[in-house]
Design a protein around this ligand. Structure first.
Ligand code: CA
Ligand code: CA
Length: 149
């Protein structure tokens, strides 16, 4: 968290990887959902229990923290998706390598600030541009590595 796009890219390169493109990120997120047609299936299970770190309650007034966290959670606190990936939906937004426009890149996945009653930006298909030199406690990143066969 609290890293700009360039800082995230520098770390990814140092670690022998890169940031995912928007398409790669969304493909992996949607594969992990029980029902990709259901706009909350990545954030809540069929019984309505939180399976990701989002906002419960009336945004932006009351964060009930029913999922156990009112701010960012350590990585891996919630169950992995059906394809074995943690925290794609919610917790913190994730930088992608995809440009959104002049000096902006796409961020994906939403954060602990995304609420069902407000923006639902934790949806796997939600798109959000972000200034590339911005950093915040609700934006992070993950790295991917290409596999050679
Ligand atoms: Ca939460
Ligand atoms: Ca995330």
């Amino acid at each position: 968290m609290h890293v700009s796009l360039r800082d995230a890219q520098a770390y990814a390169s140092w670690a022998g990887g890169r940031l995912p493109t928007e398409e790669e990120w969304e493909y992996a997120a949607m594969l992990g959902m029980a029902d990709p047609e259901d706009t909350i299936s990545g954030a809540y299970d069929p019984a309505g229990h939180p399976i990701a770190n989002t906002w419960q309650g009336v945004f932006p007034v009351i964060n009930e923290g029913a999922d156990g966290f009112v701010e960012a959670a350590p990585a891996g606190c919630f169950p992995a998706s059906r394809v074995g990936i943690h925290d794609m939906i919610g917790n913190v937004w994730e930088w992608t390598a995809t440009s959104y426009g002049p000096r902006q890149n796409m961020i994906k996945g939403g954060s602990f600030l995304c609420a069902e009653n407000f923006c639902k930006r934790y949806r796997g298909t939600a798109r959000q541009g972000q200034d590339i030199d911005f950093s915040s406690n609700h934006i992070g990143f993950r790295i991917v590595r290409d596999v050679t066969q």
